[in-house]
Design a protein around this ligand. Structure first.
Ligand SMILES: [Zn+2]
Length: 105
């Protein structure tokens, strides 16, 4: 079920019935007349999860997005593979050997 399906469903009762009468129908019981009107006329998706449940629409919740990639992760770290060059610190051993090579060459 999506918002267009709900609009179609409301549209079946629209001619000849008032918004209050439509809201009183068993399939829309619990959803205010104004909400049904806004869905039908503007395709507005209700925020109230109770209304979403009654209308058979998916219940969603706002989730914070990642600062790096703008996606929603379930992990603490960013899982999007953003190309970020790794800064490799030269090993102390290699530096020591380079110093020795310079001294003894
Ligand atoms: Zn991310």
């Amino acid at each position: 079920m999506n918002i267009q399906d709900v609009q179609t469903e409301i549209g079946k009762y629209r001619p000849g019935k008032t918004w209050r009468e439509i809201a009183a129908l068993p399939c829309f019981q619990g959803v205010p007349a104004a909400t049904l009107c806004a869905i039908y006329k503007h395709g507005r998706v209700p925020h109230n999860p109770a209304y979403l449940r009654i209308l058979g629409l998916p219940v969603t919740a706002p989730a914070p997005v990642c600062r790096q990639c703008g996606q929603v992760h379930v992990t603490k770290r960013c899982t999007a593979r953003v190309a970020r060059p790794r800064v490799r610190r030269p090993s102390r051993r290699k530096l020591a050997l380079d110093v020795l090579r310079i001294i003894y060459s």
